[in-house]
Every structure is written in C-alpha cells, then in structure tokens.
Design a protein around this ligand. Structure first.
Ligand code: FNR
Length: 183
C-alpha cells in the first residue's frame, strides 16, 4: 500500500536548511512513501474565538494532515524552542476540542541548525507537545544535524557519504515506524 507523509517545516525562510533537509530525506524514502509539504505560512494567528469558523487555510491544513498516514516535523530551533509558526500550526490542528487532526498519527522529528547542538532543545520541546497531542513519535535514532558548507550537493542531496548513510538509517526506521502505527 501507499503511505502519504505530511511534512511540516518549522521555517518559512525561502532558503531554509530545514526545507532542504526535508527534501533530502524524502529522496531517501522507500518507493511506497510520498511526502507532501503542508503549507503553514498562510495560517492566521490562532484565536479560540474562531474555532467554530476556521479559516480556509486552517481547514486545508487540517485535512492534509488528516489524510496522511504520518507526519514529519523538520524544524529549526528558535531561542532554544520551536518557532512560533510551528506552534501556531500545531495549535490550529488540535482544535476544535475533540477534533484534533494530529491524534494517532505516527510522527518523526528532525532538524538542522548552524549551531553546535543542532536543534536538540527545540526537538525536545516539540516531543513534549506531540506527546500531549497523542502522536506516537519515533524515539531512535535521533537526528540533529549541523548545517555546514557543502552539506548538500548541487542536486540537493546529502554530499557526505557518512551523513547520507546516517540519514538513510533514520528514514528506514521512520518508514518502519509509520507502517507499524498507520491505522
Ligand atoms: C535562531 N537560530 C538558532 N539556532 C540554534 O541552533 N538555536 C537557537 O536557539 C536559535 N535561535 C534563533 C532564533 C531566531 C529568532 C532565529 C531567526 C534564528 C539560528 C537558526 O538555527 C538559523 O537561522 C537557521 O538557519 C534556521 O533554520 P532554517 O530557516 O535555515 O531552516
């Protein structure tokens, strides 16, 4: 069968390292997996007053997540946590109360940063939120990547063979995790 993964990227930046990482990971996935990037840049700031009248962009995001067999979060670290745009998307997807789009979806958490500890703290904060949202989240291997020159080749693939091998292992584990948990 086919497995559709909703990819949520925590950066809106055009040249985002995290977007590049998401594309590189998708290129390593088994053939029965497809990756669809979920747009979060046009979501309004979450306001509980709008729960009964969600914006079209919110409805679109929620249905994309609901239609996926898994969710892949690829996020930078902002001030030792997740970016507000990502939290905003998570909050939108969780409401109205009792109608969360996230519940039960197997999740993967990865990230890349120029900093030495490569998004570890942001990922830990994100795991806390995903636990509450009842998303079974792959625990191992962890994937903290430091952005360095020449990490990606001209085609957007991982240039270093050792790094590529590590990412391949991560993708294989994540694919197995999704298969195990997809309803
Ligand atoms: C950052 N950056 C950053 N990096 C990090 O490793 N830990 C951090 O806490 C922060 N904090 C932070 C706050 C804000 C407001 C910005 C704009 C940036 C640097 C960040 O990792 C870098 O800008 C990355 O390039 C962001 O990821 P994308 O946009 O390339 O995917």
């Amino acid at each position: 069968s086919q497995f559709k993964i909703a990819v949520v990227i925590g950066s809106l930046r055009k040249d985002s390292f995290n977007r590049k990482l998401a594309l590189a990971l998708a290129a390593l996935a088994p053939a029965e997996f497809t990756f669809e990037h979920v747009r979060i840049d046009d979501l309004p700031l979450y306001n509980q007053d709008d729960d009964g009248n969600q914006a079209v962009s919110v409805q679109r995001m929620r249905s994309e997540v609901a239609g996926a067999q898994g969710v892949l979060f690829v996020t930078p670290e902002y001030n030792r946590s997740i970016p507000g745009v990502l939290k905003n998307a998570l909050d939108h997807g969780s409401r109205p109360y009792g109608q969360s789009a996230w519940g039960g979806k197997p999740a993967g958490v990865v990230g890349i940063s120029p900093g030495a500890i490569g998004t570890a703290l942001a990922q830990q904060h994100l795991r806390n939120v995903l636990a509450y949202l009842d998303m079974p989240t792959l625990g191992q291997p962890e994937l903290f990547l430091q952005a360095k020159e020449d990490l990606f080749d001209g085609a957007g693939h991982i240039a270093n063979p050792g790094t590529k091998e590590f990412l391949q292992k991560w993708v294989n584990q994540y694919a197995a995790w999704v298969k195990k948990h997809a309803a």
